[in-house]
Structures are given as structure tokens and as C-alpha cells.
Design a protein around this ligand. Structure first.
Ligand code: CA
Length: 228
């Protein structure tokens, strides 16, 4: 068995198609057909990954995602968003989703994203005790927590991994491809926008002026550079 997946989706046909494919790939699949049921199962049962549709009856996928994170669960969340609804993607990533796939999607793409999320390193490394400061930000790398002006900053697991990678490679120019490969675990030009969305979110949360970043810098034509 490759992993326990919770699939929260109200369209029965899609639930069946995705569920059958994932079982064929060796995953165990549990279903929820609305937001309430999704949140309940996500917090009661242990899952390796949650696939969460945005448009759900009773409670939207975005609300479910936020409540799952507020409940302290770090289970990777893959959102299913409708074509053209860019705000859903950005909001989903901001409130703690790890990745998204736009409907209609190719099953191979969905499976590849799931594998990448399950391959990512655990969010709490065993040996890591360093604290790191930049600007008014204090990062506790061992406790996977960041504070700005003394107040805890809410970062998604992926945002924290990206921040950690920046800190560990400070001063180096990092291409989007490298960040995708090292932080997300997959490499494909079509996903590089994901890096930009996460960088924008980190700047929003950590920079005093996100439009004039002092630490998370853009290197035009090449990628990003972290400067402390
Ligand atoms: Ca739906």
C-alpha cells in the first residue's frame, strides 16, 4: 500500500474515476462527499494525503483546508480548483494547501502531483537546532516556526520548506527549476508559477514592504536569491 488518501469531492463520477485510478496505483482511498464530512474524516482518521475540491456543499474546500490547518494537522493537501479561478489557487496556498490541480486534469498529472507530495521530506527534521534571524524575522528551524516582530507568522508546510531552503542557500541565485526540484520534489517548466505564488506569499508574510523586498530578492531572468 503506497499511502492513505482522503478524497473530498461532491461529483460522484469524478470521485469514482479518481478513486479507481488511485486504488489501481496502490493507494487506499477513503471518500467524503461534502465539506463537513471531509473535515470530520480528515481530523478523525490518519491520512498521508488529502485531495480537496474547492466547490463543495455545506462547507467550501478553502474553509475545510483552513480548519484542518487550524486543527494542527500537517497532512499534505492537494486542492482541486476550477479552470480560471486563480483566486482559489492563491487563497488555497495561502491558507495551507500544498499544491493544486486545475479541473479538468489529466489523471497522470494528478498521480504525479500526489507522488511528489508524498516524497517530500518530513516537515520536522530530526537533527536541526539552528535559529536564524533576518530583518525583524526570527526563524526556529528546529521548531518549524517563524516570528515577525515577536508574533508567530502562519506559514504553510511548503512555505516553511521554501524559507528553509532559502536560508540554507543564502547568497546563492536559485532558479525556479532548482526550487521546484528541491522543495516540491518535481521538475517541470509548467509548474514554475507555483514557486512564484509561494515566494509572493512569503514576502507578504515576512517582508516589511513586500513590493520592495529586502531579503527574498528577484534575480531577473534567473530566479531568486535570499539575502539576510
Ligand atoms: Ca465540486
Amino acid at each position: 500500500m503506497r499511502g492513505n488518501v482522503l478524497l473530498v469531492e461532491d461529483e460522484e463520477a469524478l470521485r469514482m474515476t479518481v478513486g479507481d485510478r488511485l486504488r489501481n496505483e496502490g493507494y487506499a482511498v477513503e471518500y467524503a462527499a461534502n465539506g463537513d464530512e471531509g473535515f470530520e474524516k480528515a481530523t478523525l482518521l490518519p491520512f498521508d494525503l488529502i485531495i480537496l475540491d474547492v466547490m463543495l456543499p455545506l462547507k467550501s474546500g478553502l474553509v475545510v483546508c483552513r480548519e484542518i490547518r487550524q486543527a494542527g494537522l500537517v497532512t499534505p493537501i492537494l486542492m482541486l480548483t476550477a479552470r480560471g479561478q486563480t483566486a482559489d489557487k492563491v487563497n488555497g496556498l495561502k491558507i495551507g494547501a500544498d499544491d493544486y490541480v486545475t479541473k479538468p486534469f489529466d489523471m497522470r498529472e494528478l498521480v504525479a502531483r500526489i507522488e511528489a507530495l508524498l516524497r517530500r521530506p518530513p516537515s520536522r527534521p530530526v537533527v536541526q537546532t539552528d535559529d536564524f534571524h533576518f530583518g525583524s524575522v526570527h526563524v526556529d528551524l528546529a521548531g518549524t516556526e517563524a516570528k515577525r516582530d515577536g508574533a508567530v507568522v502562519n506559514l504553510s508546510a511548503r512555505e516553511f520548506q521554501l524559507l528553509r531552503y532559502f536560508i540554507e542557500h543564502r547568497g546563492a541565485t536559485l532558479s525556479r527549476d532548482e526550487l521546484l526540484k528541491q522543495v516540491w520534489g518535481y521538475s517541470a517548466y509548467m509548474y514554475t508559477r507555483t514557486v512564484d505564488v509561494h515566494v509572493a506569499s512569503l514576502r507578504q508574510k515576512l517582508e516589511s514592504d513586500p513590493k520592495q523586498p529586502k531579503s527574498i530578492l528577484t534575480v531577473w531572468g534567473l530566479g531568486y536569491k535570499f539575502k539576510s
